[in-house]
Ligand binder design. Structure first.
Ligand code: TUI
Length: 319
């Protein structure tokens, strides 16, 4: 029912892509999402190149399904990771936190599909012109590094501005969000926070439980003053960080304060002084299930929701 150009482009059953979350998106999670019919993504984050290569090889040992690597463009190793992605013949690359323009030709040479995350219409248009295969349009509801536009406003504007398929991201966690994204003209969704709360995700149980406990307004934004805003769940760390920002603390000092915090939360389970990056949809998520269950529940509830909408008639259900 929901077969789109994204399914054909990526050779996947459902147009659902997993977010490229640093430290969280290891090959175990990517294998589970790809085996369930979506597109699993290994996050390169700021990891050293050889660690990323090993993750790619581990994926290939466990699954023959299509998968991708997320290239975080602020990584000091970005250049070398591009080389490894090409050498390893990774089928798909998603990019984040910058403009991937200078790497597009190399990826094209190796026949690698490139799908950048973009926060604005202008960047989507520029990247379409230089040959990317699709666009992930990410609203400010997302976790981690974010732009300013909401998903609801950004998706239809990017859909109207480009001809390549658009994947919606930011604030999507269930069948209703999936269907809403398709209604706005997207041909797929990317989800991060929902997949953190999966059995196969290797993040510390404290991280998953913090998401489950969170309420609608818990996903706050730190780092607006630095020009690198990050959405992360309210805790001791965000309170200290925001207080220092309010006092006008320098960029360098804030960068120092933030360093290593994501790993602390994801790997050590320190959800008080670590950074528990998550999107605004965290408040909706109340269980941990397999990636297969997450994906199949989204598709079946979206189908049901669509039937419900099309049967509405003057407030009464038709038939
Ligand atoms: O990249 C993300 N989210 C991330 S990356 C990340 S890494 C990290 N950060 C801090 C501490 C520890 C680890 C955490 N979350 N999302 C995709 C995304 N990309 N959101 C926004 C953008 C973006 C922003 C500007 C994409 C392109 C862009 O271009 C600016 C330009 O140069 O034109």
């Amino acid at each position: 029912m929901f077969t789109t150009r994204i399914c054909k482009l990526l050779n996947i059953k459902y147009p659902i892509i997993q977010g490229g979350m640093a430290w969280v998106a290891t090959h175990e999670l990517a294998v589970a999402v790809s085996e369930a019919g979506g597109l699993g993504i290994i996050a390169a984050g700021a990891s050293p190149p050889e660690v990323v290569r090993e993750e790619i090889r581990n994926f290939k040992r466990k699954s023959n399904k299509p998968f991708g690597v997320n290239l975080m463009l602020m990584s000091p190793f970005a250049e070398d990771i591009v080389g490894i992605i090409c050498e390893e013949r990774v089928p798909v690359v998603t990019t984040g936190a910058g403009n991937p323009g200078k790497y597009i030709n190399k990826f094209k040479e190796y026949n690698i599909k490139v799908i950048p995350v973009v926060p604005t219409v202008s960047l989507a248009k520029r990247l379409e012109r230089i040959g990317v295969d699709a666009i992930i349009a990410e609203g400010t509801e997302a976790g981690g590094h974010i732009g300013e536009m909401t998903t609801m406003a950004l998706i239809p504007q990017i859909v109207d501005a480009v001809d390549i398929p658009v994947i919606a991201a930011g604030g999507i966690g269930d069948g209703r969000g999936f269907l809403a994204a398709l209604s706005l003209g997207a041909e797929g969704v990317q989800m991060g926070t929902r997949f953190v709360c999966s059995i196969e995700c290797m993040a510390h149980i404290n991280y998953k439980e913090r998401i489950i406990k969170s309420k609608d307004r818990d996903a706050v934004v730190i780092g607006r003053s630095t020009g690198r805003p990050i959405r992360t769940l309210k805790n001791e760390f965000t309170r200290e960080y925001l207080e220092l920002e309010r006092k006008g603390t320098s960029f360098e000092e804030l960068e120092r304060l933030g360093a290593g915090r994501l790993k602390l939360a994801v790997k050590d389970g320190d959800i008080a002084t670590g950074s528990v990056m998550a999107g605004q949809i965290a408040g909706l998520i109340d269980d941990i299930k397999t990636c297969k269950e997450i994906i199949e529940d989204i598709i079946s509830s979206a189908e049901l929701q669509l039937k419900y909408i099309t049967s509405m008639k003057g407030g009464e259900l038709d038939g």
